[in-house]
Design a protein around this ligand. Sequence first.
Ligand code: ZN
Length: 257
Amino acid sequence: MCYIFNQKDENLQHDLRKRSFLKIALAGTLGLGMFGGGIVMASEKKPLQTASSKVVPEPENVLTPEKALERLMEGNKRHEAGLSIESPHKHTPKDAHMKGQNPYAAILGCADSRVGPEHCFDESHGDLFVARVAGNYITIDFLATLEYAVSVLHTPLIMVLGHEKCGAVKAAMDSINKNEQFEGHIQTMATALLPAVRAAKKIPGELYDNTVIMNVKLAVAELKKSTPIFNQLVKDKKLLIVGGVYRIGTGRVVLVT
Ligand SMILES: [Zn+2]
């Protein structure tokens, strides 16, 4: 069964309208990136830039996928230790940002207010390409967003970021365990996470935490095989797709894939 969540039939028209809007919006953004001088070609390999250097990543993301992951996790260590040096709130004019964007990592994360990726990884404007939805599950729209990051911006790393005490995961668990039905469109979110709950029920341990981890693992596995773009880049070792879980109590991101 495909893990990518499909809208129910009654929502299909709404979904199609949304996609049409996204298509138009992306076309505009693509135009800016490709023809507005957004991407600057790199003439040679440059050493890894660290967040402490206060310099945006090099053009064309010369970071390898492994170095990108290393930088991401180093930022999380600073965050966990209370030693963050970047401020996502502060606007610092940078010439490089006027020329375009060059994020070294794309994050598919939960919309939860406690897990803002720029905070969790101690990064600032221009560093991370972030797509967020409660429950960090995959839809066609999110695939398009992540493909844009990878294919157009050449971002070498995708991280699916779940988190401890995720309300969306709890809703999915209640949907199964208590046969609860949520009002409005909330059930759509809960339903999307049901495969993770069912898979987590088959393994020993605490169901809530296991479901959070399983939800991330399923999303990573699906991303790797979901589109020819990701599939080929992963095979060529030009793209790394990993999963992490943010521990709210400590601030640490634990890799789970
Ligand atoms: Zn959440």
